[in-house]
Design a protein around this ligand. Structure first.
Ligand code: AP5
Length: 241
């Protein structure tokens, strides 16, 4: 079954009263950032900017950035801040970010967070970021990572244990054979978690201290998490309580 893409939540965007602005989705590997970003993108018509996806497309395209990133990603380590910050700066120049965007997997070091804060402060008139952190326990994260499969064509996200496709390991939407990410092994997941605890957990504390921050329970079914994330964004924007 492909991830729900927020059908139930579309009307919020149609009301015309919500301008989501920059939304950060934070959380450990496998909490559901990409799944939720796809749902919100469909509901509110704002782009998902996933630094992991941009890096993977550079790796598969054999670019200079991809060559630098590949080994680091396969080991579960982070790509240097200056490379990732530049990549995000380039993406934020595109006009589709005017009403808002979801940053998925960025920032994940304090250096990236400080860079983003000053980058946005220099862009006059923009809304400040709101940050939503998704929480899921370790055992469930491991199941999500080792069971994850992606459609290489339409990017739909599945899980052979939790969100299986209807037929074998083929995408429900276009029939493409699903793929497994090279960093979705138990061994690399453990390293990604160590990296997360040492470098990314402080980013969550940074945004908690800034306010405009909310934590949501990511162990619920996909649609329930989507509803909680969207309610959190609306509340943090003062559009709902
Ligand atoms: P990245 O691609 O960002 O990986 P990640 O942060 O580890 O997160 P994931 O993509 O693994 O998980 P997710 O939270 O998006 O979960 P998903 O929705 O897929 O980064 C990869 C690498 O790139 C990094 O290790 C690093 O090397 C580099 N990189 C990226 N950004 C960087 C940066 N800013 N700085 C430096 N380096 C960077 O869901 C997971 C599974 O769970 C799926 O199978 C899904 O179907 C299932 N699932 C989701 N929600 C639910 C639910 N509610 N119930 C049941 N199943 C669910």
């Amino acid at each position: 079954m492909a991830v729900a893409v927020g059908e139930k939540h579309r009307e919020v965007g149609k009301s015309g009263t919500v301008v989501p602005g920059p939304v950060l989705l934070l959380g450990a590997p496998g909490v559901g950032k990409g799944t939720q970003a796809q749902a919100i993108m469909a509901a509110w018509g704002i782009p998902q900017i996933s630094t992991g996806d941009i890096l993977r497309s550079n790796v598969s395209g054999g670019t200079e950035l991809g060559k630098k990133a590949r080994a680091l990603m396969d080991r579960g380590e982070l790509v240097p801040d200056d490379l990732v910050n530049q990549m995000v700066a380039d993406r934020l120049q595109l006009p589709d970010t005017a009403k808002g965007y979801i940053l998925d997997g960025f920032p994940r070091t304090l250096g990236q967070a400080e860079w983003l804060d000053s980058y946005l402060a220099e862009r006059s008139g923009g809304l400040p970021v709101v940050a939503v952190s998704i929480k899921v326990g370790y055992t469930q994260l491991l199941r999500r990572i080792t069971g994850r499969r992606n459609c290489p064509v339409c990017k739909s996200i599945y899980n052979i244990y939790l969100q299986p496709p209807k037929v074998d390991t083929l995408c429900d939407l276009d029939g493409t054979p699903l793929a497994r990410r090279s960093d979705d092994t138990e061994e690399v997941f453990e390293e990604r978690m160590r990296t997360y605890e040492s470098l990314t957990a402080p980013v969550i504390e940074h945004y908690r201290a800034c306010g405009r921050f909310q934590e949501v329970d990511g162990e619920l079914p996909v649609d329930a998490v989507t509803a909680a994330v969207m309610a959190a964004v609306l509340r943090l924007r003062g559009a709902a309580s």
